[in-house]
Ligand binder design. Structure first.
Ligand code: MN
Length: 258
């Protein structure tokens, strides 16, 4: 099995090193990851700056671009083979609920998925790398079991996995979850720079708004790993009828009957 590993924290982050070490024994593993931290870059592609690929002493390749750039380059020209799986992470911090829209960790996995390759995004819930060895072991177990049961290599899918920052004997089992929701982010933070101009810093992510049973927030708070299958179609199917009527009211032509 051939696995492409990416992340959004950069190729030197402890999380991607741990993931590589955990997977390299039973698969052909290649790392192509951003040179610098690209958290919250989602699926961004770099179109107006040339990208360069360099190789670190440990064999990891790094790119002066985004997570999606890395996977895009790897799949469309850098690698001379097609990986069976794209794995992203292990991220430094949770990617639950609305985070999945912003997450570069999910973005890297999504880029694989968009190219028809099954993909998994792994994140550790806390942001301190505590028990990273346990998270890497759990990631390995999941990938290895999926490979053994021939669950990789069929139609592409995209999985978002969050792992609580717990010791092995505290770790619960894996729960299938829907995404929860967060409140809107905290306010922007302003500071004067040395020249008296105002700097704006994006505020922290909001607290959980929907962390009911069945969500990723709920499962991980109970000490379980959460797994959520993601899709890309953002169409609001539940309200299509409402919008159909609304567009009619707007006296604009809709659909083939219009
Ligand atoms: Mn990150």
């Amino acid at each position: 099995m051939k696995i492409l590993i990416c992340n959004d924290d950069g190729y030197q982050a402890p999380g991607i090193v741990a993931l590589y070490e955990a997977l390299k024994d039973f698969a052909q593993v290649e790392v192509v990851a951003p040179e610098h931290n690209n958290s919250a870059k989602s699926n961004a592609l770099t179109l107006n700056t040339p990208l360069y690929v360099a190789k670190a002493a440990n064999g990891f390749r790094y790119v002066n671009g985004t997570p999606a750039d890395c996977v895009h380059i790897a799949l469309t020209g850098l690698l001379d083979y097609r990986p069976d799986l794209v794995v992203s992470g292990i991220n430094n911090g949770a990617n639950m609920g609305d985070d999945t829209i912003y997450s570069g960790t999910v973005g890297a996995a999504m880029e694989g998925y968009l190219f028809g390759v099954p993909a998994i995004a792994f994140s550790q819930v806390e942001r301190n790398w505590q028990h990273l060895d346990v998270a890497a072991q759990k990631a390995r177990e999941l990938v290895q079991q999926m490979a053994q049961q021939n669950l990789i290599g069929q139609a592409p899918w995209l999985l978002n996995v969050n792992i609580p920052s717990l010791a092995l004997d505290q770790m619960g089992h894996m729960k299938l979850c829907r995404l929860g929701r967060r409140h809107a982010a905290e306010p922007v933070i302003t500071q004067p720079n040395p020249r008296g101009e105002t700097m704006y810093w994006i505020g922290a992510a909001g607290q959980a708004k929907d962390d009911a049973e069945g969500t990723d927030f709920h499962a991980t708070a109970q000490g379980h790993m959460s797994m959520t299958p993601l899709k890309i179609d953002l169409t609001d199917y539940a309200h299509l009828n409402y919008w159909s009527q609304t567009v009619t009211k707007l006296q604009m032509v809709i659909g083939s009957a219009g």
